[in-house]
Design a protein around this ligand. Structure first.
Ligand code: FRU
Length: 493
């Protein structure tokens, strides 16, 4: 039976989505066709294209009635909207089709594994469900839900059990990790296996939250990378730990060892995935040439309500696709290398020596790839504070400031034009290295992603500053030398 709810959503999004001028959206970051977007879902490569689904409410720019929006891309940088893929139209998902993932089946179809949420007496019930389709239309399966409460070990919550991430093992069988929660209110990552995507069995508690990293763990992803195993989670209710983690919803990468006999992951190190303001619920895909690429929701629950621009018919963006690697026990992220094919108008200033304030000819814009290295002048002491401002006009700017003596890098959008008192600053510790710092800053109209020291850390922030503010400037309270290379991105039209 055709779903009326899905047909309605598809008609509604088409009418409103087509009216949005592409110049009012980010240039190469995915935004929702219409309405509200949160987590990336079903990030996959299927039939020669990348598919990216997303948590979606086409009807307004606030979270409600979770559908799955859908877009495809040949290269992860040019996106084409497809009609919404899932609507909450069944008794088992009537409160929403929550986050999940996708995998191709042996028969050529694509399987979506998602969390169906329903309300029942005593609260919410979350189960894992499947829909199968051809890359455009998906049919929910009669045997849903495919993973339900009875499959869970005793004591685990049936109302906090969500966000399955599926992958294929070398023997062809499937596995998935799902976020769960113990009676102590703390996150568990549950591992399930399946011969075919439809029949699932509980395997193990892959990892558990000892209480240090927030409470519930949402949106897990688990994969081998550079000789290690990596577990990504998005914990709720984090506490700060020095400058590594911040209060509220955060993102954590654990790097460690996986024991296949015990089906257990032993983290050795953990770190924030993104140290900025707006990043959550990332998901990865393995590209055909073997790269592990991650995209996250370029917002965060704690900051999204106050930063909504009421005049805009869409809310939420995805981050850049980021190539992941593990080096020296740390997760590194680099912008997808194909972004470099869309750079033009190179402006280069080498060895610019200055103290005080500086603007450089040709260095401005809001869809920009900026590479910057600073160092003290001629063996002298580092300055106390170096500041890069962007999205700047006479009244507004967003700033990145580096204080070498404290090894602190801070992003601050207090002056970006926001009239709300929400989080506008975040800091992280960057090894000082004698006052030398290397940054790559990617601006795409309504966002900034800052890759520090070749991707050792990343700070991301969404901004709503209108595009007229396109200045970029530099300030240092002591003598510094700078190499700056700036490109326009996607200037071809
Ligand atoms: C994370 C999350 C997921 C859930 C989805 C609902 O941002 O809370 O755990 O599946 O959003 O939209």
């Amino acid at each position: 039976m055709e779903s009326q709810k899905l047909l309605l959503a598809r008609a509604y999004e088409k009418e409103g989505g087509e009216k949005i001028d592409p110049s009012a959206r980010p240039r190469f970051h995915l935004s929702p066709y219409l309405g509200w977007m949160n987590d990336p879902n079903g990030f996959s490569y299927y039939k020669g294209e990348y598919h990216l689904f997303y948590q979606y409410n086409p009807y307004s720019t606030v979270w409600d009635s979770m559908h799955w929006g859908h877009a495809v891309s040949p290269d992860l940088l040019h996106w084409t909207y497809l009609p919404a893929a899932l609507a909450p139209d069944q008794p088992y998902d009537s409160f929403g089709c929550f986050s999940g993932s996708a995998i191709d089946l042996a028969d050529g179809r694509q399987l979506l594994l998602y969390t169906g949420v329903r309300k029942e007496e005593g609260g919410e019930r979350q189960t894992q469900c499947v829909a199968v389709g051809d890359g455009l239309n998906y049919r929910k399966c009669a045997q849903n839900p495919v993973i339900d409460g009875p499959a869970l070990p005793a004591g685990l919550s049936r109302s906090s059990f969500r966000d399955p991430k599926v992958w294929r093992e070398p023997d062809g069988s499937l596995r998935c990790v799902v976020g769960g929660c113990g009676g102590d209110g703390l996150g568990r990552i549950l591992l399930f296996s399946s011969p075919d995507g439809f029949r699932w069995a509980f395997e193990s508690i892959l990892a558990e939250n000892g209480g240090r990293l927030g409470r519930m763990w949402e949106c897990p992803d688990f994969f081998p990378l550079d000789g290690k195993h990596v577990l990504l989670v998005s914990p709720q209710d984090m506490l700060p730990e020095g400058l590594e983690y911040h209060n509220g919803n955060g993102t954590v990468c654990m790097i460690g060892r996986y024991d296949e006999a015990k089906k257990r992951f032993y983290p050795e190190k953990d770190q924030a995935i993104d140290c900025g303001i707006d990043f959550y619920a990332p998901q990865t895909v393995l590209t055909p040439d073997g790269r592990r690429v991650m995209i996250g929701w370029m917002q965060n629950w704690d900051t999204c309500a106050p930063t909504r621009d009421e005049a805009r018919p869409w809310f939420g963006q995805m981050s850049l696709p980021r190539e992941l690697s593990v080096q020296n026990g740390r997760l590194y992220q680099r912008p997808l290398r194909e972004l470099e094919d869309h750079r033009s108008g190179r402006v280069e200033h080498r060895d610019a020596a200055f103290e005080g304030e500086l603007t450089l000819p040709g260095v401005e814009g809001r869809t920009v790839d900026l590479e910057l290295t600073i160092r003290p002048q001629d063996g002298g002491a580092p300055c106390r504070r170096f500041t890069l401002r962007f999205a700047q006009d006479g009244r507004r700017h967003t700033a990145l400031s580096f204080r070498p003596h404290e090894s602190v890098l801070e992003i601050d959008r207090s002056f970006s034009g926001s009239r709300r008192a929400c989080v506008h600053q975040r800091r992280c510790l960057v090894p000082s290295r004698d006052g030398t710092l290397k940054l790559r800053v990617i601006l795409d109209r309504f966002s900034a992603e800052v890759f520090v020291n070749d991707g050792e850390q990343v700070l991301t922030a969404a901004i709503t500053t209108d595009e007229a503010a396109k200045g970029i400037s530099f300030a240092a309270d002591g003598p510094v030398r700078m190499d700056v290379t700036k490109y326009d991105l996607f200037a071809e039209g």
